[in-house]
Ligand binder design. Sequence first.
Ligand code: ATR
Length: 276
Amino acid sequence: MSFHIDANTALYGIIGKPVSHSLSPAMHNEAFRELGMNAVYLAFETDDAKGACLAMRCLGIKGYSVTIPNKEKVVCEIDSPDEPVKRIGACNTIKNQGGRLYGTNTDWLGAVKALEKQTDLKGKDAVVLGAGGSARAVVFGLLERGVEVTVANRTLEKAQRLAREFGCKAIPLPEANNVSAHVLVNTTSVGMGSLKGLCPLSKKGVQNYDVIMDIVYSPLYTELLKRAQEAGKIVITGLQMLLFQALAQFEYWTGQKAPEDSMEKALKMVTGHDTL
Ligand code: ATR
């Protein structure tokens, strides 16, 4: 499919800081190309959520992906936040329809779809490590699917607050080594950046779960996932979640089915990974 830009090209983008390493432009531009749509997706490095939403209205930008540090800040800048945005308190996707800004959150769906590709969630239980913004999306998603959720966090009060709000259980982080569940999802930053090589669970603790997912995708195989693989567990990487949340974004903006194979191929190409 040829790719051209003209006066009618629709503009989409990601707003965040930093965004120079974002993988979203590769996926969404490939989707537009595959479907022959006259649209382009760019990365906008900004922490000015209010200004970015004004620009969207003023310039007629069709859609945004929203990332750190703007996910919470945009909620009060949009006209119609949906129920997940209100419950999670964060918006990662905005669409502009005739100057009205609609917001949704596809992170929870990304997490749930990545899990559902590998396992049935119905009637199952899960432990979620962490109690920050990412944990809120994952907990919301699991509860939507009827999963019994326990939140484990370093700062117990934060886990307790989240658990009270969402109606689940809370335990201190080390306790995750002593309880068992079908699913474990790590949403803490342990395993990435300065905490690379560290693991939120002991080798023995890993044995207590059947399916282990890390929302961190750099590195793709965190220490947690390496331990899970060695223990023969079902392993789900952060790139799986990233792909599924992007598919949901594309469908929210365009109303068209996202070309999953092409977007997955683009993600593999840009990250250099053969499998996600
Ligand atoms: P995000 O929006 O990605 O969820 P966040 O809101 O900053 O990011 O949350 C980070 C999570 O990682 C928190 O649950 C944090 O635990 P605390 O609530 O105790 O701060 C967790 N975290 C960060 N560094 C950690 C560490 N060294 N050990 C354990 N948990 C850590």
